[in-house]
Design a protein around this ligand. Structure first.
Ligand SMILES: C[S@@+](CC[C@H](N)C(=O)[O-])C[C@H]1O[C@@H](n2cnc3c(N)ncnc32)[C@H](O)[C@@H]1O
Length: 287
């Protein structure tokens, strides 16, 4: 039996609504992918019959979506900052909130001069690659402790034709001695290991290493902030994404390391999400 586009979408939406708040959108994305057409194609042809192979492939993807597998993993791709990135289960699915971090970084990176930027925990490479695309003169180094992420990030850099230096490193640990940056950015894991959030939605399908750094949720932020002064020039900046309830704790960490001009910016849901700080007093210098 063959199905029409609108019936298939309804069928998919009804099933996917068991695991997703965006069931209709998910169904549209999956069906458009099976048809190898943009989503808009579906709206103009609600009565078009699907071929048997297309209907079968769509049913399989809907089934996988229910596991739940994030749509981005099923499609192998996700848009970030108006660019398409290859996405695999090796890395976190890019989040729209992270575009805020990119915006804040772009405000600081001059267009017409070289600027040294480090992206810690690069995952699929979205932050480093977007920054390089927008600021071609900047030199960008990106790290991740997970070699699988680095394979993906390098693929994405190739896909977008940009040069980023990728290094396998536990935060700063494998950086060459004496390396300094004008700006360090990071979207680290920040969810506490026993947080119920980790069992909800698509999170169980994403790499634990990308989501949780330990029991408090602050372990990675502590590492990143406490060692940042050693890798920043005086007057350099640090931008970190964090949990909506971690703003005050992150501000304390930053102050303790000699950062000032600290500001926290809210995301599209009005949640305090990203903190920017300037290294005003390098407590490491002369040590
Ligand atoms: C929240 S994900 C962010 C990925 C990507 N930057 C993004 O915004 O989509 C955090 C990343 O930090 C990496 N990570 C976790 N622990 C790390 C460590 N000790 N050193 C370096 N990277 C680490 C994870 O592998 C993951 O790719």
């Amino acid at each position: 039996m063959s199905e029409q586009i609108d019936d298939a979408l309804r069928w998919g939406r009804d099933r996917i609504s068991a695991c997703s708040e965006t069931a209709r959108l998910d169904a549209e994305l999956l069906l458009a992918y099976c048809l190898d057409k943009p989503r808009s194609y579906l709206y103009g042809r609600p009565e078009q019959e699907l071929s048997q192979p297309c209907w079968q492939k769509y049913q399989q993807l809907v089934q996988k979506r229910l596991e739940p597998t994030p749509v981005a993993y099923l499609l192998g791709s996700r848009e970030f900052y108006s660019m398409e990135f290859t996405v695999t289960p090796a890395a976190l699915v890019p989040r729209p909130e992270t575009e805020l971090l990119v915006e804040l970084a772009l405000e600081l990176i001059p267009i017409a001069s070289t600027y040294r930027v480090c992206d810690l925990g690069t995952g699929s490479g979205i932050i480093a690659i977007t920054l390089k695309k927008q600021r071609p003169l900047a030199s960008i180094l990106a790290t991740d402790v997970d070699p699988g992420c680095l394979v993906l990030a390098r693929d994405n850099a190739l896909r977008h034709g940009v040069e980023v230096e990728f290094i396998e490193s536990d935060w700063y640990r494998q950086l060459a001695q004496g390396t300094v940056f004008d700006l360090i950015v990071s979207n680290p894991p920040y969810i506490a290991a026993n947080h119920p959030f980790l069992t909800q939605g698509d999170l169980p399908a994403e790499p634990g290493l990308a989501l949780t750094p330990g029991t408090t949720g602050l372990e990675a932020l502590e590492q990143i902030v406490s060692h940042a002064p050693r890798y920043l020039v005086n007057g350099g900046y640090l931008i970190v994404e964090h949990g909506y309830d971690q703003q005050a704790m992150v501000a304390e960490l930053l102050k303790a390391q000699g950062f000032g001009e600290i500001r926290c910016v809210t995301d599209y849901n009005d949640l305090p999400r990203t903190s920017v700080a300037k290294l005003v007093e390098n407590l490491n210098s002369g040590a």
